[in-house]
Design a protein around this ligand. Structure first.
Ligand code: PGA
Length: 291
């Protein structure tokens, strides 16, 4: 069975701490115009979106999530853009100044979140244990999760990439009995199948302009799929979208998607900020689906 029949191709923009209300409105307004013309490429793209084989998504800052939902509905409803939060707290409510809960996000219409981005891990001290708790908490409250993993340059140079990915995935998805007890949840395979995507983002490729070579990305995605199969079983593992992230552009996306049937799209920072470039990423993905 081909990859695309099992899993949608996803292009997810990670805006990080960029774009306020006005830029958000302008982004969706331009995007809606760019992808509503009658160009053949656009027609194929929109038909993939309608069939659910291509999915556009953006993760803006918390503060503009509502604006993004509104702007996307009014200017780009035909693209059905999914809006993700970039982070979420594991606790349900309470004295956690500066944090945001799953229920607060769901109340405004957000149903998916990033968890474990390397900037959260490296700059904000989020450990494997914290991220496992966040992942289980979000999924058990009915929130979808795009969970990020990836090795640092030093880890790659020391030949530890596979080990690091294994550790990050195992600690997130197969926490110890003790951790599970404190979480008080066990997730069903069905929940994981429907609600989990993974992004492989080598830390050395994020924001550096140094994209992983297609064969490096392919190798890591094969390892991740194999690891997921061991943890969750092959049926579930085959339904989880694995995205590559790190210096993806409209120019290099095609090479990455072609490199392996295990690469199901991209998590894109810098190149997702401009509507022209985000539209070009979607067009490339749609063209790839036609091959
Ligand atoms: P980049 O960021 O595309 O700017 O490298 C990717 C990410 O951090 O998700």
């Amino acid at each position: 069975m081909s990859r695309s029949s099992l899993r949608p191709l996803r292009i997810v923009g990670n805006w990080k701490m960029n774009h306020g209300t006005q830029a958000t409105e302008a982004f969706f307004s331009t995007l809606g115009t760019l992808i509503s013309s009658t160009q053949p490429e656009t027609a194929a793209l929109l038909s993939s979106v309608r069939q659910g084989t291509l999915q556009a998504a953006v993760a803006p800052s918390f503060v503009v999530l509502s604006d993004a939902l509104r702007a996307s509905h009014s200017h780009a409803a035909h693209l059905g853009v999914t809006l993700l939060s970039q982070n979420v707290n594991a606790e349900k409510s309470g004295a956690f100044t500066g944090e945001v809960s799953v229920s607060q996000l769901k109340e405004i219409g957000i149903t998916e979140t990033l968890i474990g981005h390397s900037e959260r891990r490296q700059l904000f001290g989020e450990t494997d244990a914290i991220l496992s708790k966040k992942l289980h908490s979000a999924l058990s409250q009915g929130m979808k999760v795009l969970f990020c993993v990836g090795e640092t340059l030093a880890e790659r140079q020391e030949g530890q990439t596979r080990e690091v990915l294994r550790r990050q995935l195992r600690s997130a998805l197969a926490p110890t009995e003790e951790a599970l007890k404190s979480l008080q949840v066990t997730l069903s395979q069905a929940t994981l199948t429907l609600a989990l995507s993974i992004a492989y983002e080598p830390v050395w490729a994020i924001g550096t302009g140094v994209v992983a070579k297609p064969e490096q990305a392919a190798e890591a995605h094969t390892w991740i799929r194999a690891e997921l199969s061991e943890i969750l079983g092959g049926t579930v593992a085959n339904r989880i979208s694995l995205l590559y992230g790190g210096s993806v552009t409209p120019e290099n996306l095609s090479g990455l998607l072609t490199a392996s049937p295990d690469i199901d799209g991209a998590l894109v920072g810098g190149a997702s900020l401009k509507p022209e470039s985000f539209a070009a990423l979607l067009t490339t993905a749609a063209t790839h689906l036609l091959r």
